[in-house]
Design a protein. Structure first.
Length: 360
């Protein structure tokens, strides 16, 4: 029985007529484009090898975007995103794709190709329907799939433990599969077909006042918070979050995104998510800031609150640092995103979901 535990993805350009695979390059430069057949000389066997290959290709795309835009692809405020930002779903289950990198890449793919649907479907699911077809480029999703195998001896006899139960070995495999936007498909049943839900950036009306469902989410976390401070921070020595008063922020969105950023820092302790705390090391500090920024963006999206562009102002100075780290360590961004995901899951685990829904 396979369970999708985790997903990390990359968009690649598939030319079905020529049977070639390329990285999609977001910039006008050709530096980010390469043929996979040339780049990968042997089929990766271990999870580490598979993740390493993924990281190299994903990083190439992020680096190209950052150099063209002087910011990272997730550093977007309410005036620069469309209605599908971080809100892409499986056409068959209608559930949102989990994890930060999934939503970032699907959003970039939709924007690049002009898709008006936020629904995605696998090739196998398309071909199940008579007359259904697809065209164009695929988006490759990488996921962790759970597996179990009953252990046997050399004669094929099932091994038993001391209690008489079958000895079962289990683990997770890093896997990939293709998805297509439903805008690329024809002949799908009505329940799977495209809905034009993605709209271009419109005049956004900033929020006013405190948001009950976000306040409830924060309250359920239970962190010790001191208001009336001159700046926002998390202090490990006292395990305390410091925040300026609500009225000090120029927007509701900036207040909550700042608050969530500090809550992601709050998760790094040994009894929570166990991230290293080494602010004396500039690289480690920049890495922790990357985790906190990603986690804040993801949490805000889950709560349905847009980001304020000003939330990224303090971190634009880190972009060059992050890019330098990416070029030296292919797994830098992937590792940070996975830790951000872990932090968001931890905050979610403290919630009463029904309680949050009632006030949302």
């Amino acid at each position: 029985m396979n369970h999708l535990m985790d997903q990390t993805l990359i968009v690649m350009r598939m030319d079905f007529n020529k049977n070639k695979t390329q990285i999609i390059n977001n910039s006008k430069s050709k530096k980010g484009v390469c043929h996979m057949a040339k780049a990968i000389k042997k089929t990766p066997k271990t999870n580490d090898e598979k993740i390493g290959n993924f990281a190299k290709f994903f990083n190439a795309r992020v680096i190209a975007y950052a150099k063209d835009n002087n910011k990272m692809p997730w550093q977007r405020g309410w005036d620069t995103v469309n209605t599908a930002w971080m809100n892409h779903v499986s056409a068959t289950t209608t559930k949102a794709y989990k994890y930060f990198l999934n939503q970032i890449i699907l959003t970039m793919s939709a924007e690049e190709n002009g898709y008006k649907s936020n629904k995605w479907i696998t090739k196998g699911q398309i071909l199940k329907h008579k007359g259904a077809s697809f065209k164009g480029s695929a988006t490759w999703i990488f996921g962790w799939f759970y597996w179990e195998k009953v252990q046997t001896d050399k004669n094929g006899k099932v091994l038993k433990d001391k209690d008489g139960n079958d000895v079962v070995k289990s683990g997770y495999n890093f896997t990939q599969y293709m998805v297509f936007n439903t805008d690329q498909c024809t002949g799908l049943p009505e329940n799977l077909a495209s809905d034009e839900v993605i709209e271009d950036v419109a005049d956004y009306v900033p929020l006013e006042g405190r948001l009950d469902h976000v306040e409830k989410y924060i309250s359920n976390i239970g962190a010790k918070v001191e208001f009336g401070k001159n700046g926002a921070y998390y202090r490990p020595s006292t395990d305390t979050i410091g925040m300026p008063d609500f009225e000090s922020f120029h927007s509701v969105e900036l207040y909550y995104s700042t608050f969530m950023h500090e809550h992601i820092h709050w998760t790094k302790t040994e009894d929570r998510c166990k991230r290293k705390n080494n602010h004396a090391n500039r690289k480690a500090y920049a890495f922790e800031e990357l985790v906190a920024e990603m986690g804040a963006v993801y949490t805000m999206n889950n709560l349905g609150v847009p980001m304020d562009e000003k939330a990224f102002d303090n971190h634009l100075a880190y972009v060059d640092n992050w890019l330098g780290a990416l070029e030296k360590d292919p797994k830098f961004l992937v590792d940070a995103s996975m830790l951000a995901d872990k932090s968001v899951k931890f905050l979610d685990s403290l919630q009463n979901k029904e309680d949050i829904k009632k006030v949302a």
